[in-house]
Design a protein around this ligand. Structure first.
Ligand code: PLP
Length: 367
């Protein structure tokens, strides 16, 4: 029985050709024309004037915080229900994370609790908003709050490339936004990320820091501590090729969501991630909650059938590493974690394998 993966890379013959072409061109070490073309293509898609391609989404967030000059003594707000990479870079900068619970319409950061945090916390320099599992947060309320309280907004669109909110692309709202091209994402460069903004100075600063803070002189001159965070031209060529298929990948992932919903939503206690009418997700992962059958029972049953599925993210306020951080609310994220499951959703998932997943989940409910 072949294994069904959660969200594996989907590499087409076109991607192979793109990699052959970039290797033949010898633009291997490490910057080159594909890098600039990839940045330009995503800038266009996200309606951003400037972009810098990096070796991970985590590096992109680290540089976003650096561009905003966030450091010791500063506080940064972040949703609790997310992957640790949305919060870790706050600590790289010596700043303090404060977490905010989810709302139940999109599972993203609750604007009412965000406002409470903005009123009560001192030294807030930035808010990181995450578009979880490919669905945008309530951006009108969140953008308005960040304007009102004069704090910078960083959009973590790592999971949401191609999603829209009120017809505008995920990643087009914050002062800075970033993407991930990790192997499990809707398009991949094996590992990679991108930082985008309409502010040229921030992106130039990020590009400079990402290349070991090398001064633009003939010899190697450094006035600051830098990082080795650039994406390679080879991987950018893969990313550019993958980007060409983004819309068809969204369609395929959406078809999985709809099929799972049709087949599984009548099961007792099962609900799917609600889709808010304000936007169109990229359907990165289909997620459901199971209120009656223990989600661990379902995950183990799937694993027994060689099907990879996962719990939803464990909230940051429950993570030992962040145990000394304050969290506004927390019960919504906790319940989602206790009951939630991500189902196999890759663009290469066949309807036959999707049928295997459906049958294995249904079997958990058969008495
Ligand atoms: C919400 C979220 N933020 C940030 C990241 C970090 O991206 P990367 O793995 O490219 O560092 C990821 C994915 O891995 C993610 O899912």
């Amino acid at each position: 029985m072949s294994r069904v993966y959660l969200s594996p890379p989907d590499i087409s013959p076109k991607d192979h050709n793109a990699l052959d072409a970039v290797l033949s061109s010898n633009w291997v070490a490490p910057v080159g024309p594909d890098l600039a073309a990839f940045e330009e293509a995503l800038g266009e898609r996200l309606k951003r004037d400037y972009a810098v391609a990096l070796n991970s989404g985590t590096a992109a967030l680290h540089l976003a915080l650096q561009a905003l000059e966030i450091g010791p003594g500063d506080t940064v707000i972040c949703p609790s229900l997310t992957f640790a990479a949305s919060a870790n870079p706050i600590c790289y900068c010596g700043a303090q994370p404060v977490f905010v619970d989810s709302e139940s319409q999109t599972w993203n950061m609750d604007p009412a609790l965000l406002e409470q945090a903005l009123i009560e916390q001192s030294s807030i320099k930035a808010v990181i908003v995450v578009h979880l599992y490919g669905q945008c947060a309530q951006m009108d309320a969140i953008v308005e709050l960040c304007d009102k309280y004069k704090v910078a907004l960083i959009e973590d669109a790592a999971e949401a490339l191609g999603a829209t909110y009120q017809s505008q692309p995920a990643g087009s709202f914050g002062d800075l936004s970033f993407l991930s091209f990790n192997g499990n994402k809707i398009i991949t460069t094996s590992g990679g990320g991108m930082l985008l903004s309409n502010n040229a100075d921030w992106i130039e600063r990020a590009r400079y820091l990402a290349t070991q803070a090398r001064e633009p002189v003939l010899h190697y001159e450094h006035k600051e501590v830098g990082f080795n965070y650039r994406l390679s031209n080879v991987l950018a060529a893969l990313g550019k090729s993958q980007l060409g298929d983004l819309d068809s990948r969204i369609e395929k992932r959406k078809a999985h969501f709809e099929a799972y919903k049709t087949e599984l939503s009548a099961l007792p206690g099962v609900s799917f991630m609600p889709i808010a009418p304000t936007g169109e997700p990229n359907y990165w992962l289909t997620c459901l909650t199971s209120a009656q059958v223990d989600r661990t029972v379902i995950l183990e049953a799937l694993e027994a059938q060689s099907i990879e599925a996962r719990p939803l993210w464990k909230p940051m306020h429950l993570q030992p590493v962040f145990s000394d951080c304050f969290c506004y609310g927390g019960s919504v994220a906790e319940e989602l974690f206790e009951q939630g499951i991500c189902l196999p959703s890759g663009s290469s998932l066949s309807s036959k394998d999707r049928g295997r997943v459906i049958a294995a989940v249904r079997a958990c409910f058969a008495l």
